[in-house]
Design a protein around this ligand. Structure first.
Ligand code: PLP
Length: 453
């Protein structure tokens, strides 16, 4: 029982009193207060004061088909009425999980064969790491357990996936990363490229640095390489041309698996159905979440090829079971919504819309490049970032995140929700956005920048 006598009487005060927020300075929350979203429709959301915003981040890079899509609501309702829960432990199964597994294998950008279900992006990456270890044991290579991710990568927040993540806030004070998870250079030419180095030379150096790390650690100890085709939460980083080709040549040389974390890129974001297609990646494993259900239901899936699956299946036979799975994995509601979501994306050709409206929006953003606060404008498909700097020549800001936060506040005041990752402003609206709405979104960015400059 709560022994506080003054129960709060507004939703804001109640939130401050009882709700411990994710990714928030907990002590500052009382001062800043919550933004309470009550309603969503299409690309818009509305707060409890009646203010309407363009959701320029599709929630958390995730509401692909927009808010309040009738087809998704009806598909969810039909499934709830028919079978609200079942699982896939042992040999149990159900229609939506079966149909979705077949569909994901069918649309995968490279030959794949099996699908394993989880509930979130973090859990999916965590599960893949466990599978990687299980597989190395199955192959009689118990020393082949280290994996390599990249600085500024985002793969989630469980102990394993936060370790794969290459951002300081996910490690600091959590005693992470765990052993066996290593990081290599972030392929961000604008930030990491050296004076006089071309993009092509930079791509080669990234692959050379990866190979040097593998050599230092011992090639027989490295099992897998993890990458978001286009990095999202690390600030929207599109690697230079040739980067993945060179990386994959190194991985092939040392028999190292490629795990593509498509949690943001998957289902049209980059202007193709998968970021792996956009970037020329041939993954052994793909991790899918967020836009798989447009985040109406928490859901994730791991899609894998035979090279990955077969040793794991053999090991489960040898030791009698694959001892891993989640109560909610492949949840019928999530699987039914994912199937309908995919049908909506295909029926409305939202991948082409993302490519075309994305190109238009990014062309407009590019006109900001000469503004005093803009260091770089980057992106692909319908995902973009504007990096703010105080000193253009030095590519630097004195107080990391200050400009980003100021711009974010100004955009919000003007009716646009974005997200600042330090001083990078992210843009990742629902895939359904029209050209006119993209113009409106850009005009808010431009106006807000004028207010902050
Ligand atoms: N992987 C990527 C690329 C992500 O962007 C995220 C979340 O933003 C995750 C994994 C983690 O997903 P979740 O928050 O569902 O655990």
């Amino acid at each position: 029982m709560d022994d506080r006598t003054n129960f709060a009487d507004t939703p804001e005060a109640t939130d401050i009193a009882y709700h411990f927020h994710a990714y928030t300075n907990a002590r500052r929350h009382a001062e800043v207060g919550p933004m309470i979203i009550e309603d969503g429709d299409g690309i818009h959301v509305r707060d409890n004061n009646g203010n309407r915003y363009i959701e320029g981040m599709a929630g958390l890079w995730s509401v692909g088909v927009g808010f309040k899509d009738r087809r998704l609501i009806e598909a969810a309702t039909r499934q709830l009425e028919k079978l609200p829960f079942y699982h896939n432990f042992g040999h149990k199964s159900h229609g939506p999980a079966i149909e979705l597994a077949e569909k994901l294998v069918e649309i995968a950008p490279v030959p794949m064969s099996k699908v394993f279900y989880t509930n979130s992006g973090s859990e999916a990456n965590d599960t893949v790491l466990k599978m990687v270890w299980y597989r190395s044991n199955a192959l009689g290579k118990p020393e082949k357990k280290k994996v390599i991710a990249r600085n500024r990568a985002y793969h989630g927040v469980t102990i394993a996936s936060a370790s794969l993540t290459g951002l300081p806030n996910n490690h600091r004070s959590f005693d992470l990363p765990i052993d066996r998870v290593l990081h290599t250079i972030c392929p961000h030419y604008w930030k990491e490229g050296r004076d006089g180095e071309t993009e092509d030379q930079f791509a080669t150096r990234c692959a050379d640095e990866l190979e040097a790390l593998i050599q230092r650690e011992g090639p027989d100890t490295i099992a897998a390489f993890w990458a978001e085709p286009v990095m999202g939460a690390g600030g929207v980083v599109v690697p230079p041309p040739g980067y993945y080709e060179r990386i994959q040549a190194v991985l092939a040389k040392y028999d190292i698996l490629f795990v593509a974390d498509e949690v943001i890129c998957g289902f049209g974001r980059t202007g193709e159905m998968f970021g792996s297609t956009t970037c020329g990646i041939r993954p052994d494993v793909m991790v899918l979440s967020k836009q798989i259900t447009s985040s109406y239901i928490p859901f994730s899936a791991i899609v894998m090829n035979d090279r990955f699956y077969d040793p794991i299946a053999d090991e489960s036979d040898r030791i009698s079971t694959f001892g891993h799975g989640y109560t909610g994995g492949g949840h019928p509601l999530g699987a039914a919504v994912a199937l309908e979501n995919l049908a909506i994306i295909q029926d409305n050709d939202l991948v082409t819309n993302a490519r075309e409206v994305g190109a238009h929006f990014r062309a407009r953003l590019a006109t900001l490049a000469d503004r005093p606060l803009v260091g770089e404008v980057r992106g692909i498909g319908l995902i973009a970032a504007v990096e703010l700097v105080e000193d253009k020549a030095a590519k630097s800001v004195s107080t990391v995140g200050r400009l980003g936060a100021m711009m974010n506040t100004a955009m919000q005041r003007n009716g646009l929700i974005s997200r600042n990752m330090g001083d990078s402003l992210g843009f990742c609206p629902p895939l359904i956005i029209t050209r006119d709405q993209a113009d409106e979104m850009f005009e808010i960015v431009e106006k807000s920048m004028g207010e902050v400059e």
